[in-house]
Write a protein that binds this ligand. Structure first.
Ligand code: ARG
Length: 287
């Protein structure tokens, strides 16, 4: 009994000590703040904390945006926009954001920009502002290596996978009709490509860069690509909330700066292995 009581007291003593430590811990920031406060008060040129611009991206779109093993968002878009933003004196932070709803997040102010291999389209321009284009793209068809598909029109009688709400979705919807039940829509492009591998769809239509990257990195899937001249040329831009002309101007200036000083070409070569002009032929080079 005595032992138990002593133990109890010891335990409660430890508990009390713990509380004390916790209290001290809590107090810690206060003296720190107290010591820094006079310093900042006496520093007349103290800059206000810089705004960090939150950039939404659907990071399942390598090589443009994806998550590495550490969970960091990396890719061509990230490097280009970080470099452009730095030139413009803007601090940016990429936040993984599902593609569905990504433009809503922009409209509601949850994101300051959307950088997600976003194609500049007339329809989107009605509700979103865009920077100047920073990348050329085109739709590309992925099929199994033994597929007979030779052109876009051949997909008419087949099951086709797309990422919901992308320009690939738009192209396929136009070909097959709004009410077509043969269009299988996926939350991400890799999910659509996985379904192609599993045999659930006969083809996937998506941006060339992503399809080429996937095919090159998933040899086991045994895919080939089919290009078609009927696909309209596309260009990626930074999407910004409608009316935010100041931010658009800053990003445009940053993009122009990285194009003139060679930064853009360096980033481009890092991801696509050739200067932009030479690589413009890449879609045609795919089998
Ligand atoms: N470029 C296409 C579009 O704007 C697809 C973009 C999808 N991007 C992504 N990160 N999932 O519709």
């Amino acid at each position: 009994m005595r032992l138990t009581t002593r133990r109890f007291l010891q335990a409660s003593g430890l508990f009390a000590a713990g509380l004390l430590l916790a209290a001290c811990g809590k107090k810690d920031p206060a003296p720190a703040a107290a010591t820094t406060a006079p310093a900042s008060a006496t520093a007349p040129a103290a800059a206000p904390p810089a705004k960090v611009y939150v950039v939404g991206t659907d990071a399942a779109y390598a090589p443009f945006e994806s998550q590495n093993e550490k969970g960091e968002i990396v890719g061509f878009d990230v490097d280009v926009v970080k470099a452009a933003a730095a030139k413009a004196g803007l601090e940016v932070k990429f936040v993984n954001t599902p593609w569905e709803g990504i433009f809503n997040a922009l409209a509601q102010g949850d994101r300051d920009m959307v950088v997600s291999a976003v194609t500049i389209t007339d329809e989107r321009k009605q509700t979103i502002d865009f920077s100047t284009p920073y990348f050329d793209a085109v739709q590309l068809i992925a099929v199994k290596a033994d597929s007979k598909v030779a052109k876009f029109d051949d997909l008419k009688k087949l099951k086709v996978g797309v990422q919901t709400g992308t320009t690939g979705d738009e192209a396929v919807t136009k070909l097959m009709g709004k009410t077509s039940t043969a269009i299988k829509r996926f939350e991400s492009t890799p999910l659509a490509l996985k379904e192609l591998e599993a045999g659930g769809v006969d083809a996937v239509v998506a941006d060339n860069g992503v399809v080429i990257h996937y095919v090159a990195n998933n040899a086991g899937a045994k895919f080939k690509t089919v290009s078609d001249p009927s696909f309209a040329p596309e260009q990626y831009g930074v999407a910004i909330k409608k009316g935010n002309a100041d931010l658009v101007a800053k990003i445009n200036k940053g993009l122009a700066d990285i194009k003139t000083d060679g930064t853009y070409d360096k980033i481009y070569a890092q991801y696509f292995g050739a200067a932009p002009a030479a690589a413009a032929a890449a879609p045609a080079a795919s089998k």
